[in-house]
Design a protein around this ligand. Structure first.
Ligand SMILES: [Zn+2]
Length: 67
């Protein structure tokens, strides 16, 4: 699951949803009901499962003596 932000093109209201990365879901604006929303991958989700910070790793650089 990734955190996506949907920004309304009509009023600029941003709503966050937790969804699968490949979702095709559309969400109308909570504020004004417009269906014209742009999906943005939230910065909060970026980095999870990425090149850095692999699961279980306690050292981000891989050079810690205890790793
Ligand atoms: Zn709106």
């Amino acid at each position: 699951m990734l955190l996506f932000e949907y920004r309304c093109q009509a009023c600029g209201h941003v709503t966050e949803f937790l969804e699968k990365a490949d979702t095709k879901a559309k969400h109308p604006c909570e504020q004004c009901g417009s269906k014209k929303t742009d999906r943005i991958l939230s910065a909060f989700a970026v980095g999870k499962g990425g090149a850095s910070g692999s699961a279980g790793g306690s050292c981000p650089t891989g050079t810690c003596p205890l790793s």
